[in-house]
Design a binder for this molecule. Structure first.
Ligand SMILES: Cc1cc2nc3c(=O)[nH]c(=O)nc-3n(C[C@H](O)[C@H](O)[C@H](O)COP(=O)(O)OP(=O)(O)OC[C@H]3O[C@@H](n4cnc5c(N)ncnc54)[C@H](O)[C@@H]3O)c2cc1C
Length: 403
């Protein structure tokens, strides 16, 4: 039977760790239990395709908080334990070992998983995805100079992995079915820049490549074959929304939540990669896969659960590290009608692209341009109108662009 005020969090990732920290700060008075199916404390995933892959950082350094933190705030951890079922009538979750835990409030922070592809006959060629500590350990064990790596998908994770692998002297080919890389996240100017960057570093990029299958030692596309000792599938992520759907909650490419992160059941919340929410900046529902979104939704849900005012909405942002290039993106460029370039994307490795709609700055992609990124975050939040000619004029200092 549920005790008074007992909150259960399903999924022990980035969003869950922030949620329990925020609940403690917001003064939540009940019991909190955090259930995660990985054997680790909640950890940060971004370094997996960056410094963990290069070996500069070991996985034990990824924990969001040490174990003592959860003890201190009185959160019970159930790690290596999977929730198989939610019973909304009795307000209980059932774990894979058959045990049940009651709740008065439930938070789903189940994240997303790497999309796999129905590739026939993988044979002796090892196929990987990159989502977890276990995935990166398996992949790194196969890295060796001279091996042929084929990355299926030219998104952030695939390209970050390609950058690390080519530096470790693997022969790297990236197969992308779209006409340009990172097409879901950045504008065409930035895609072209990344294509040049990877080409300069020795990665072979093949656009418009539709993969048919993996056979012994090669990846077969319509009209081409690519030698492969190992294959990474970097084909995006799928929300872990099945648990919610099977319990009758509304789902649509994620668990549908309102502005307070409540699902269609008012005592059940969903946060992070698994949740889809109306976004005021674009006027439609979106499912964002970013650390910033996971943290922000965790703070919003905590405030709602504790009856506190919602924290002010922030401009979404994201980053990607490839070679010596840091890409920082803020805002959402959906529906932009003008793109202004500051700097030269065809030479060097530093420029920014500003996206405007009806003269209002709505997003930026900044390549090794921290000042432009920081300034744009403020301007986007303030829905600032800004003269495009000034934005593109490098003789005007970034700090003077606001005026
Ligand atoms: C390789 C990689 C690189 C990335 N790089 C960046 C980056 O540079 N910048 C950025 O902003 N974002 C990046 N991201 C995305 C970012 O890590 C995610 O958006 C973030 O982790 C989402 O947090 P979450 O808590 O929603 O999900 P997760 O961190 O995925 O945590 C969800 C947890 O729930 C567990 N779970 C699922 N179902 C159950 C169940 N039924 N029972 C128990 N546990 C369950 C999952 O196994 C997982 O441990 C990257 C992601 C990856 C994989």
């Amino acid at each position: 039977m549920p005790v008074a005020n007992s909150l259960v969090v399903v999924g022990a990732g980035q969003a869950a760790a922030q949620l329990v920290a925020s609940l403690s700060q917001d003064g939540y008075a009940g019991e909190v239990t955090l259930i995660g199916d990985e054997p680790h404390l909640p950890y940060q995933r971004p370094p997996l395709s960056k410094k963990v892959l290069t070996g500069e950082l070991t996985p034990d350094r990824l924990s969001v908080k040490p174990a003592a933190f959860y003890d201190k705030i009185g959160t019970r951890l159930r790690l290596d334990a999977r929730v198989e079922r939610i019973d909304r009538a009795t307000k209980e979750v059932t774990l894979s070992d058959g045990s049940r835990i009651g709740f008065t409030t439930l938070v789903l922070a189940t994240g997303s998983r790497a999309r796999t592809l129905p590739l026939q006959g993988t044979g002796r060629t090892a196929t990987f995805v990159l989502r977890s500590i276990a995935d990166v350990a398996a992949l790194r064990a196969q890295f060796a100079p001279g091996k042929a790596l084929v990355v299926i998908g030219g998104g952030y994770i695939g390209l970050e992995l390609a950058a690390v692998a080519v530096k470790q002297e693997l022969e790297v080919t990236v197969l992308e079915q779209a006409p340009r890389v990172m097409a879901r996240g950045v504008g065409p100017v930035v895609s072209r820049f990344y294509e040049r960057l990877h080409h300069e570093e020795g990665v072979r990029l093949c656009m418009g490549s539709v993969v048919h299958g993996v056979e012994d030692g090669c990846v077969v596309c319509a009209g081409s074959e690519h030698r492969a000792d190992l294959v990474l599938i970097g084909a995006g992520a799928v929300p872990n929304a099945e648990l919610a759907r099977e319990s009758g909650l509304a789902t649509e490419n994620g668990i549908v939540v309102d502005a307070e992160c409540r699902t269609s059941d008012p005592v059940i919340y969903a946060i992070g990669d698994c949740a889809t929410q109306h976004h005021p900046l674009v006027g439609r529902r979106l499912r964002l896969e970013s650390v910033h979104n996971a943290l922000e939704q965790a703070r919003i849900a905590s405030a709602s659960i504790c009856g506190k005012p919602a924290p002010a909405a922030q401009v979404p942002w994201f980053w990607s590290d490839q070679y010596d290039v840091k890409l920082q993106m803020a805002g959402l460029s959906d529906g932009y009608d003008q793109a202004v370039v500051r700097g030269d994307p065809d030479r060097g490795r530093s420029f920014a692209v500003f996206y405007l709609r009806d003269g209002v700055l709505i997003a930026v992609d900044a390549v090794n341009r921290l000042p432009e990124f920081m300034m744009s975050k403020q301007l986007i939040a303030g829905r600032a109108r800004i003269d495009p000619a000034r934005l593109g004029d490098e003789s005007i200092a970034v700090k003077d662009l606001k005026g």
